[in-house]
Design a protein around this ligand. Sequence first.
Ligand code: NAD
Ligand code: ZN
Ligand code: ZN
Length: 342
Amino acid sequence: MKAVQYRRIGAAPEVVEVPEPEPGPGQVLLKVTAAGVCHSDIAVMGWPRVPFPLPLTLGHEGAGTVAALGDGVTGLAVGEPVAVYGPWGCGTCARCARGEENYCQRAAALGIHPPGLGAPGAIAEYLLVDDPRHLVSLGDLDPVTSVPLTDAGLTPYHAIKRALPVLVPGSAAVVIGTGGLGHVAIQLLRALSPARVIALDVTEDKLELARNVGAHQTVRSDAGAAATVRELTGGLGAQAVFDFVGAPPTVALATAVAGVEAEVALVGIGGGVAKFGFGGIAYDAAVRVPYWGSRAELIEVLDLARAGAIDVRVETYGIDDAPTAYERLHAGRVNGRAVILP
Ligand code: NAD
Ligand code: ZN
Ligand code: ZN
């Protein structure tokens, strides 16, 4: 089968032919219908070394139909459309018992990796899923526009849910970076809270997308952005800030526009550093560094999509063009999420 692999440190992803996997006991084989392209893959491909063996089949956002069941698997039917819950854990520790496999206490020790981030990923014709508990039924949701919800939806959902207590009427929420995750975050904020949403990005195209998906106000993310956002929030700063870039200028911006007791979520992994203490972030602001989300939250995000509250904007590519999708994402030219249709 065809798969898109990261094969050598620093090399671009390649379309290769690999053996079709077979499900062992307890595993499920999916015929992949759609797989999302995340900026985290670009970050991983920029690391000087990776904590798993190469080559790696990419893709940690996956949707498919059940192709075959390993021995002992029950409760799933061949042909059933499903989405993959990506942050695989051990399934038995206290965190996993709560469905928070993203924070599994034993995954590292047991060498368990998410698909596409250590285990073979979803940008391939078939995907092997280690356990049926990693699957959520899609029902009649469109797999192409739903597959980004497994990360670009789930990750902001998890971050936003934490901040809901401060997002009261009259409050403001700042979204920095309105790409794959950010453009879904704006919609989640609109669906879940009465907050005014102020979105920032670096190009007019991205700001237009932000307005189209519900941002009340948009601001160009430049040297004057912090002052503009402060002005838009009556000089007090925002009640919640979500940074989907996490680079030095955006972490500085995120902390500069946070008000007293704000919730700040640094979701992007761009290597930014926050300044604390006098002259740093506002008093009693809480800074979180969330990772992905729980299985229950994925079910909730999909239910929200089913209710019509989320319209994920996608650009689709055939599997042979997946390397082009990565190039365009790297260049900041994808509006919404790139989705591969293997
Ligand atoms: P993306 O490329 O689709 O979106 C990033 C957006 O940020 C783009 O629209 C880009 O124009 C914008 N941007 C770049 N520099 C900016 C700046 N200085 N100010 C404002 N906007 C700027 O990427 P994505 O797939 O949405 O991922 C976003 C980030 O989140 C990445 O760092 C990714 O690795 C990370 N991520 C983290 C988690 C987690 O669990 N913590 C999960 C998924 C992705
Ligand atoms: Zn991701
Ligand atoms: Zn666990």
